[in-house]
Design a protein around this ligand. Sequence first.
Ligand SMILES: Nc1ncnc2c1ncn2[C@@H]1O[C@H](COP(=O)(O)OP(=O)(O)OP(=O)(O)O)[C@@H](O)[C@H]1O
Ligand SMILES: [Mg+2]
Length: 340
Amino acid sequence: MLGWNLDLGLDVGSCSTRIYHRGVGIVLDEPSAIAFSPTGQEVLAVGAEAKLMADQSSREVRVVFPVRGGVVADHQAAARMIRELVRRALGRRTLFMPRFVAALTTGATSVEQAALLSAVQSAGARRVRLVDKTLAGGIGGGLAPTERAARLVVSIGGNVTEFGVVSRGRLVWGRNVRFGGRDLDEAIRKMMLNRYGVTLAPATAEQMKLQVGAVLPQMARSRVLVGGREVYGELFRNLQITLDGIPDLLGRAISPIINEIHWSIAEAPTEQRVEIKATGVLLLGGTALLQGVPQVMRERLGVPVVRAREPAHACALGLGMVLQDPSKLSRDGRRYGGPV
Ligand SMILES: Nc1ncnc2c1ncn2[C@@H]1O[C@H](COP(=O)(O)OP(=O)(O)OP(=O)(O)O)[C@@H](O)[C@H]1O
Ligand SMILES: [Mg+2]
């Protein structure tokens, strides 16, 4: 059965893909990964299962992360991954050529825009509309399309951070930088190598970051690396000490983003710049879940900084709102509702 309530919102990130099923909600949140057989084109796994295979680094599989820096980097793998993930999300309700609203990285070039469009079409979409990611994230994160005063929406993802000035349901200005949560993991790896001569797997460094969970020491969730014993053997004792220093390390590592916010406010169009100084920043993306990030930013920038209620899902939730009334979406995907 094909109907309006069968349309889908698609947020294909560098780390995770989220799918919103109109009238149902977020029906899938899985790593953006696909595993192929080493020689042929046979798909062995997608999502979490494929990511696990990458961590195990077996020669029997070739794992691809087709989205990098928020951009489709491997067209064929992206198309197959999207197709498989949609199938999984819908289960037995699998649609014949569904209609998509897909989120496009803020500040993407026309080539990057074409790459996303083409990958979603190749995945079997009947129709694809694109929506700017910080606009969708802003709406999903609580910005009303009618809100007059401009806000700077900042989405800190895996390896891209996007900046969008949103006013009255319209993206006025936007850009992105290739920096995100993975760079924080990298800072942990570098510290472990310098201090203990240990080379951590990227996934282990990410795990340490998630366990600490904060950029301010007093907000740290844990001081001990749970389950680290097998990985580090005798180094486990040292690691207990190391975790104590990690919030400060993360606080320093996140500095480039704070500088970029400062720069984005300075570069925003004059009228909105004045408004942003009063309204401030709305924070989205998985990395915004680190405790203390809004506080550190507020202190350094001197403007209000608020974290969206569900920072990692804000974009997908915004896509869900767009699906409710796609006619409000402008052709270029940079305006939704608001005064005409
Ligand atoms: N609770 C958490 N605390 C700290 N960091 C987190 C948390 N949850 C996720 N992250 C980090 O957020 C990043 C992923 O963010 P997000 O899911 O927004 O990225 P994405 O949308 O897949 O990718 P992108 O937007 O960069 O293309 C990862 O680096 C991950 O480690
Ligand atoms: Mg994202």
